[in-house]
Ligand binder design. Structure first.
Ligand code: UD1
Ligand code: MG
Length: 458
């Protein structure tokens, strides 16, 4: 979007969020692995604002830190209401009095708002004869405590009345305030300064700005959106609802992009999960943050992946765990109860059962037998294991790192390997098997006799 007039975005996050009952600021609670405030910031970024300000309360250094790379912060000393909160950004809003432009206000606890909707709000504000304010409206199933939008006969917006201050007739209005508002920058500061606090909560309501502008003969408008986008989070239950809605959205986007999700409701993604075309995901798979899956990969049930990449044609699971730094190359197989951490598994390699492979590289087409463990940690440091291309690691091998197994080498089942094995060598570390002929039957006879003698005495 090429902008002809300045845009200042103000995101309100100074509310106390007491109902979260948390040591963490409300807007830092995560939805699909991303803090709520970052969802708001990411939604506004494509609008290319000239300035983006997050309004925080004096103690919220955690929020300041969490947004400092993309936004400025302003402090609202006391939470005296949404109108008062916007004025914390006075220094950034006041210059618009001479240049015009738009102040876009949104909340830090509405993670489902989309760029598309914000853009419609902005376009309506910036249209010919731009209204003083454009408010985001929606029609909730239950209007409850939302502010009600009182419209004019020509479809404009006349005023907003908070539910607590509304008459019965006003409470019957179905069109509600979603909280986002685009205000004409030329008059924004003047209008904000005239908001009073004569209401039930004795707060400075941002919503009063509409009535004040109308009293001056200015027009105000409403742009509507689906209820889901305005969903605010005030409690843990609200957070869970937002998570459900976001998961629904992420799954829909993945399926649109050519991913098959079997039992989609049981598959959980992160904000940054990247799934290629013809990826098939079976039920009960969790993608924590930082996962990239290339085209044609199959992920079977009950896998957990984080900070991992999987290349074309690889098969993962069921019951596999890919931890940060796992890089699974094309056509490799990672099977059940296999954990991979900070390790590259080259193309065509197989680690099919019950293994831990950490701080390692596994060469192309190597076969790692059941129960193989890289002993990567000595209690102080982590050490590397290198398994060469085409190597065959016998079942239940312990590879005590640092250690390397050459290309094409073999280790015997049950070996504890503490020294490097050259290419094409066989390494076996195992005591000889001693076989005692008829030993088992002699043992049983002796044991049975001893037991009979003891019980006859008692
Ligand atoms: C507000 C609207 C209401 C709308 C609803 C939509 C007002 C007066 N009312 O009500 O019309 O239907 O949102 O969800 O605006 N905040 C501050 N400082 C303050 C007070 C609030 O930063 O002093 C922040 C909060 O952190 C929050 C946002 O502003 O992110 C909204 O505040 P909240 O108290 O949730 O407003 P509502 O009562 O829900
Ligand atoms: Mg609210």
């Amino acid at each position: 979007m090429t902008r002809s007039s300045p845009l200042v975005v103000v995101i309100l996050a100074a509310g106390l969020g007491t109902r979260m009952k948390s040591g963490l600021s409300k807007v830092l609670h995560k939805v699909a692995g991303k803090p709520m405030i970052r969802w708001s910031l990411d939604a506004v970024a494509p609008l290319e604002p000239d300035r983006t300000i997050v309004v925080v309360s004096p103690g919220q250094d955690d929020v300041r830190l969490a947004v400092s790379d993309v936004a400025e912060t302003a402090i609202q000393e006391t939470a005296l209401g949404t109108g008062h909160a916007v004025k914390a950004a006075r220094d950034m809003i006041a210059p618009l009095a001479s240049t015009g432009g738009t102040v876009l206000v949104l909340y830090g606890d509405t993670p489902l708002i989309t760029t598309q909707t914000l853009r419609r709000l902005l376009e309506t504000r910036e249209a010919e004869g731009g209204p003083a304010a454009v408010v985001l409206g929606f029609e909730p199933a239950d209007p409850a405590l939302y502010g009600r939008l009182v419209t004019t006969s020509d479809g404009g917006l006349d005023r907003i009345v908070e539910a607590r201050d509304a008459t019965e007739a006003e409470r019957a209005i179905g069109l509600c305030n979603g909280g986002m508002m685009a205000i004409d920058g030329a008059v924004a500061m003047d209008l904000l300064d005239r908001i009073g606090n004569r209401n039930v909560k004795q707060e400075y309501y941002l919503t009063d700005l509409v009535g004040i502008a109308r009293a001056e003969g200015r027009t105000c408008r409403v742009v509507t959106c689906r209820e889901i986008e305005t969903m605010g989070v005030d409690s843990r239950a609200g957070l869970a609802r937002a998570e459900d809605a976001m998961q629904h959205r992420l799954r829909a986007a993945a399926m649109d992009a050519g991913v098959t999700l079997i039992g989609s409701e049981t598959i959980f993604m992160s904000h940054d999960t990247r799934l290629g075309r013809d990826v098939v995901v079976h039920p009960h798979v969790v993608f924590a943050s930082g996962v990239t899956i290339s085209d044609g990969v199959e992920i079977r049930s009950f896998c957990h992946l984080e900070g991992a990449s999987v290349e074309t044609g690889a098969q993962i699971g069921p019951f596999a765990r890919l931890r940060p730094g796992a890089k699974i190359e094309a056509d490799a197989h990672i099977g059940n109860y296999v954990e991979i951490k900070n390790a590259t598994v080259a193309s065509g390699a197989k680690i099919n059962h019950l293994s831990y492979i950490g701080d390692a590289s596994v060469g192309a087409k190597a076969n790692v037998g059941a129960g193989t463990i890289t002993c990567n940690y000595d209690g102080f440091n982590k050490h590397q294991t290198v398994i060469g291309a085409g190597a065959f690691i016998g079942s239940n091998t312990s590879l005590v790192a640092p250690v390397s197994i050459g290309n094409g080498a073999i280790t015997g089942a049950g070996s504890t390997i503490t020294k490097d094995v050259p290419a094409d060598a066989i390494a076996v570390e195992r005591s000889e098997t001693r076989t005692i002929p008829t030993g088992a039957s002699r043992f049983r006879t002796k044991a049975a006799k001893a037991k009979a003698e003891t019980s006859s005495k008692t």
